[in-house]
Design a protein around this ligand. Sequence first.
Ligand code: SAM
Length: 296
Amino acid sequence: MNDGLPPLREIVARHGLDARKALGQNFLFDLNLTGRIARAAGPLESATIVEIGPGPGGLTRALLSEGAAKVIAIERDARCLPALAEIAAHYPDRLDIVEGDALALDPAALVRERGSGGPARICANLPYNVATALLTRWLAVEPWPSIFDRYVLMFQREVAERIVATPKERADYGRLAALCGWRTRARILFDVAPAAFTPPPKVTSSVVELVPNPTPLPCDARLFSRVTQAAFGQRRKMLRQSLKALGVEPLTLLDAAGIDPTRRAEEVEITGFAALARALEEANRPAPRDHAQTDG
Ligand code: SAM
């Protein structure tokens, strides 16, 4: 990719962008790799891409040169803004830089305000210290599906395995896999070795694709979250014990959901958690008013 901009390493040196651990900064300078990640979020021609943490702009440049109609890039580190402004000037009207904390911003609202009008996606080499918190927020929104038709995201390999796990991979199957499996189809696209980053992290990374499931099993996202929190909060205990944390008799919930009370969280499929969330909603529903007492 020759996009006519100076090499990334020169930009980093000129703006003094030494990587900061506290901001999860591990930069990508390999243009083959940034191009590969950008193409995984394609076709890009009419798309709006929200990128979290553009840093000096390696992936941002790849997304733009691969043809994204619009990139909305959220960066917390003000030191990166002059470098990003150079890219914005090179691609007029196609790069919007938002300075701020991605945890405090609603990416869907940004797309509605500034998007190209075409499909919207999130593509990012995520800061590892807030990566799961960001994904959890994006996938718990109501209503579902959200405005985004795909998420292409880099995580540490260990987190990627926890995203795509099923009850077959018991050690990795937990709240994150339940949420991702409920609302999306998630798969690992490819691994990225530590040497691809500057500075290199200690562990291998993976690029994960999550495609929203347009019709996830119906249940309330907050109740799904409460049920999986209770169940996996004591993952070695049987559900008849761990679900006591919900404040409703576990056997009532488990009976309504058709689940054996001696099962443990890691043995329950996503259909089971959705059924438990619906049973909890039912149990919490106020009893209908007694007409004999209140009417007339
Ligand atoms: N995209 C660049 C690349 O691939 O070379 C940098 C990726 S680096 C792993 C993560 C980036 O996220 C850094 O630029 C960091 O400053 C930024 N960042 C960290 N926490 C953030 C937050 N809460 N909101 C937005 N950006 C954040």
